[in-house]
Design a protein around this ligand. Structure first.
Ligand code: ZN
Length: 1007
């Protein structure tokens, strides 16, 4: 199983490891081992280049093969400038065997030029003796100095720029040797974040022209985006010398790099808590009870205090509920000694009734986003248009480049390979193309307001499909009539001249013998990665390792089906059927235990939503083998606990703690799709239980769910549920943006089955406060992780759509379908659901009704729905969970008597007439959303909007605010129409309008 931190096999020296020396790969930017080349062994493929000729790789008694620079002539290594763009902090670590004591030799020198740079000189500079690191900017110079290195021996150097802590530290052989405090430096002073090519990153050479070249051996040079701690650096040093066991056990202490509070710290309203009455819960044999996370409390000062967040024990199996009876569970409340009790009654097992899918989303072209009543573009329109423009200007040939490369085809003129995770050697290449297919389909459907844009996207769809169709038809077919070929997917041989399968994608050594690949095969690489996964290959950078072949394939198949469903292009569906059959042919031959092992292999077995895509293919084609193969993707351990289906998510057991978040969320979306197409209730239970656990026990206030310090991987769920403060807030970031995209998809999917308002409350939270907040101010650049630590700043990437991470790819999808969940309808067209309050026009063509929603929400707390057309139908409007100051309804100006419960849908049944106006008003209020296990740390909301404190500089401590205990709004002043507020002189504005430093979580004292 892919515990992000449980790695019981020794860490391979050959890269791609998720936890290298105890540090999650999300913290690692690049790693140059120098065993025979200057390639980057991290997943980012930021390969270095060795300049000059006076170097060699030589065998070293300590480290095996290392790089040797002789210092005699102009020889050094360059690293791509993008390695350092947009980072908050940096750590450099590496081994050096210095052979000369001459001053001016550089271990590394990174910067824009000799006026703005950062370097480490192991033997001193012209001006100053000794091993030193320096930061030089136009406004200052900082020198961390210590005695020079001993020559003719291996030394481990590490240099850390910790921007929030304002320190520059140097380490020698795992020990801190020098530290400068109060460095007033931000990395944007050293590097050009907009144009990576302006950053010069040299190993072994100075940015100034007059210094000496390095005379040394080099080994394992690493660049980290996190400020490494002394403990981490010591560990890197010890492990390399085999003084410490490289295995990382599961229960490592999380790094103590967040403020720690004494137990006596008052935690918001919990300080006034006097009692939490026992609760009664029922469950059936085999199923863990679903315990309410928030229960009624009794307060000393405030009888209307909020519900109390209780942290219940979270067993890893269902042994407590195997027989009927009663038992008691004791929970805890953070910041209080009270121990709430739940008395659980276990009854005989019963058959679940699971809901039918009674709602439908509208097609994207049926909903158009509008400007607000003041004719201002909303953030929805702004973000949509950034992506529409970028996509319209994109060159489809760039997105087809690696497909043509895989099939050995000539590139058309002007075609340029994408960078990022689609570059030549990246084993995930093709993933951005999948997102692109979805994006242009959605952009086509969403751009009905502009005929030329729509024509642009129509042409792109046709071109992409025609090209991919032609390639897919070549697979398994003879190159020339009567030639040799292998049409059976199970008979694919190794590449010509190769002894076995490999993932080599280099120019000149990539196999391109498509005639041997089996009928229907399509990908941006040869079939080897799929076959190697079956044979046990793990995730990593070597040619014997793979990335995530099925993850990439899911994006491609989903994109093609999106084009088919939106434009009716039958060739797009043909490609999917061909590849679906290829996958069926192979996986139906794979033993069950091999499948379990495959899907539990960290990242290698990450399959995105292959189960979702194949179940959907079954729905589109009615061919049963596609549903069959969809089920072969069941993640047995997470879904069912074990091969015997003892428990798992189907029985409400949390089996995904500490796992990679975005690896697993799409699998659950797939479970829901299989339920839709098969009615097997366990698949619904899996999705329903998962959603409940995720949003209650792992969610940050913006709606993101990933970001663990323990395990040390910013993309993982915390090691235990409901421990966000103890184990979350990873230094490398939190809230992987594509994970939230997938959470929204799962959430709206569940709502179509079960109209619980909490689903769309979550949707609103994630949409406004993460997805809308994830795009740069002027360009479609977008976030990967969104850090919510004190004084963080969002890092946006891929402004010109030329190099995609997973999140950059997913953003193409998010921002071309922002309107897709504003309205739903019942499948029988008897009811409309108004989920979100966004200015827009709905064309409900089945009823010949148009609904125009006019509002500046959330810059006002009301909206007007104008009905054009007529007929009897229900309008169900969402009464948000936070709307506790009332929810007021008028029809044609007349006040309606309604009973609107916050966190529910209000049904308005009526025979609607042409021109009817339905007015809704829901006064916003301020409220706090605390971290469950450290409740003085909380986010401030106003209605649906998360308000972020605007910070002027980096910080390590949480921003402290004092709020009135009876009514926090008494401590807040400002302009609700502009959503701009002030607390104690500090400015707050919506997180989605925040582009500078911010504090989303505050340290709140109630007085
Ligand atoms: Zn991502």
């Amino acid at each position: 199983m892919s515990f992000c931190a449980l790695n019981t096999t020794p860490v391979s020296a050959q890269g791609g490891d998720q936890i290298l020396d105890g540090i999650g790969e999300t913290g690692l930017i690049a790693r140059y081992i120098f065993k025979g080349d200057a390639n980057d062994w991290s997943r980012n493929n930021l390969h270095g280049t060795i300049k000059g000729a006076d170097f060699k790789f030589e065998v070293d008694s300590l480290f095996g093969n290392v790089l040797s620079l002789t210092g005699g002539s102009e020889v050094f290594i360059t690293v791509p400038g993008e390695a350092v763009t947009g980072e908050e902090s940096l750590s450099i670590s590496g081994w050096i065997y210095l052979r000369a004591s001459k001053s001016g030799q550089m271990f590394f020198d990174f910067g824009k030029d000799s006026q703005s740079h950062f370097f480490a000189a192991p033997a001193g500079t012209r001006e100053k003796e000794g091993y030193q690191a320096q930061i030089i900017t136009k406004s200052g110079k900082y020198v961390a100095g210590s005695p020079a290195l001993a020559i003719n021996k291996w030394n481990h150097l590490a240099v850390v720029i910790n921007v929030p802590s304002k320190t520059l530290s140097t380490y020698l052989n795992g020990v801190l040797v020098s530290e400068v405090k109060d460095t007033a430096v931000e990395l944007e002073q050293l590097f050009d974040n907009a144009s990576a090519e302006n950053n010069k990153l040299y190993i072994g050479k100075s940015l100034a022209s007059d210094n000496a070249f390095l005379n040394a051996k080099l080994y394992d040079f690493r660049i980290y985006r996190i400020p490494l701690t002394e403990r981490q650096i010591t560990r890197i040093y010890n492990i390399a010398l085999r003084k410490e066991e490289p295995t990382v056990r599961r229960r490592v202490e999380p790094d103590r790099n967040l403020p720690v509070f004494p137990v006596t710290t008052p935690q918001l309203y919990n300080q006034f808590l006097t009692d939490v009455p026992d609760i009664q819960v029922e469950t059936a044999v085999g199923e863990l009870p679903r315990l309410p996370r928030n229960v009624k409390g009794v307060y000393s000062n405030n009888p209307k205090g909020p519900d109390v967040r209780v942290i219940w024990p979270a067993p890893v199996d269902n042994s407590q509920v195997l027989t009927p009876g009663t038992y008691t569970i004791t929970g805890k409340v953070s910041g209080s000694a009270i121990q709430p009790k739940a008395i659980v009654t276990v009854s005989e097992a019963h058959v679940h009734t699971t809901p039918d899918r009674t709602l439908e989303a509208f097609n994207l072209d049926q909903v158009i986003l509008n400007a607000d009543p003041h004719n201002h573009d909303t953030k929805f329109i702004e973000n949509r248009d950034k992506f529409m423009t970028g996509l319209a200007n994109s060159n489809p040939d760039n997105f087809l480049y690696m497909f043509r490369d895989a099939f050995g085809q000539v590139q058309p003129e002007g075609a340029k390979p994408l960078g990022g995770w689609d570059s030549q050697q990246t084993k995930l290449r093709g993933h951005a193309t999948g997102h692109y297919l979805t994006a242009i389909a959605q952009a086509y459907a969403s751009s009905g307001y502009d005929a030329s844009l729509q024509a642009n996207f129509a042409a792109k769809m046709d071109y992409m499909v025609n090209t991919l169709y032609a390639l897919s038809k070549m697979s398994g077919q003879p190159k020339t009539a009567g030639g040799e070929h292998v049409s059976d997917p199970n008979a694919v041989p190794p590449g010509p001249g190769k002894a076995g399968f490999d993932s080599d994608l280099n120019v000149g050594s990539i196999r391109t013998d498509y005639w041997n690949w089996g009928t229907g095969f399509i990908s941006a690489y040869p079939p080897d990665q799929f076959i190697m996964l079956e044979k046990g290959a793990t995730y990593g950078g070597s040619n014997a390792q793979i990335w995530a072949p099925y993850y990439t394939l899911h994006k491609i198949l989903a994109g093609l089906m999106d084009i088919y469903e939106i434009s009716g292009n039958e060739k797009a569906l043909e490609i999917v059927k061909g590849m679906g059959s290829w996958v069926h042919a192979r996986l139906s031959q794979v033993p069950k235990e091999t499948l379990i092992s495959m899907w539990n292999r960290y990242i290698a077995g990450e399959y995105g939503g292959m189960n979702d895509a194949l179940a959907r293919l079954y729905r589109l084609t009615s061919e049963p083998r596609y549903l069959e193969v969809a089920k072969l993707f069941d993640n047995t351990r997470v879904f069912y606990g074990d091969a015997e289906h003892s428990h798992g998510l189907a029985k409400n057991v949390d089996m995904f703690r500490s796992l990679h978040a975005n690896m697993h969320i799409p699998q659950v979306i797939g479970a829901l799709e299989i339920y839709r197409d098969s009615d097997a209730p366990e698949y619904y239970q899996i999705a329903d239980n998962f959603w409940n656990m995720i949003t209650n026990d792992y969610m940050y206030s913006i709606g993101g769910v990933a970001g663990a310090r323990n395990p040390n991987n910013a993309e993982c769920f915390t090691a235990q549920p409901a421990t966000l403060y103890e184990n979350g807030f990873a230094a490398g970031g939190q809230n992987e943006t594509c994970a939230t995209y997938n959470m929204l998809k799962l959430t709206s999917g569940l709502f179509l089955f079960d109209q619980r308002a909490e689903y769309m409350d979550y949707y609103e939270r994630g949409l406004y406060n993460h997805i809308l907040a994830s795009v740069a101010e002027e360009t479609p650049a977008n976030t990967y992780h969104v850090s919510l630590r004190p004084g963080s700043v969002k890092q946006f990437g891929n402004a010109n759509m030329s190099g995609f991470t997973c999140c950059n790819g997913t953003a193409l999808e998010s921002s071309t379908k922002l309107q897709n969940s504003i309205y739903f309808k019942s499948t029988d067209n008897s009811a409309l659901y108004v989920n979100l309050y966004v200015p827009s026009t709905l064309n409900w063509t089945d009823r010949n009704v148009t609904v125009t929603q006019t509002t500046a929400y959330p810059k006002e707390d009301q909206t007007v729905l104008t009905i054009n057309g007529k007929g009897r139908f229900d309008i169900n409007v969402r009464v948000p969970h936070w709307a506790t100051n009332g929810f007021f309804v008028k029809i044609n100006g007349k006040v309606q008597k309604v009973e609107a419960v916050p966190g529910s849908y209000l049904t308005i049944s009526r025979k609607w007439k042409n021109g009817d106006r339905l007015e809704l008003r829901m006064p916003f209020k301020f409220y706090l959303e605390p971290v469950m296990d450290q409740q003085n740390i909380a986010s401030l909301f106003y209605g649906p909007v998360l308000l972020a404190a605007q910070e002027s500089e980096p910080r390590t401590e949480w921003r402290k605010v004092t709020l009135n205990a009876d009514d926090i709004s008494k401590s807040i002043s400002g302009d609700a129409d502009q959503l701009q507020f002030t607390i104690d002189g500090v400015e707050f504005k919506p997180f989605y309008e925040t582009y500078g430093r911010h504090s989303v979580y505050l340290d709140v004292t109630l007085k």
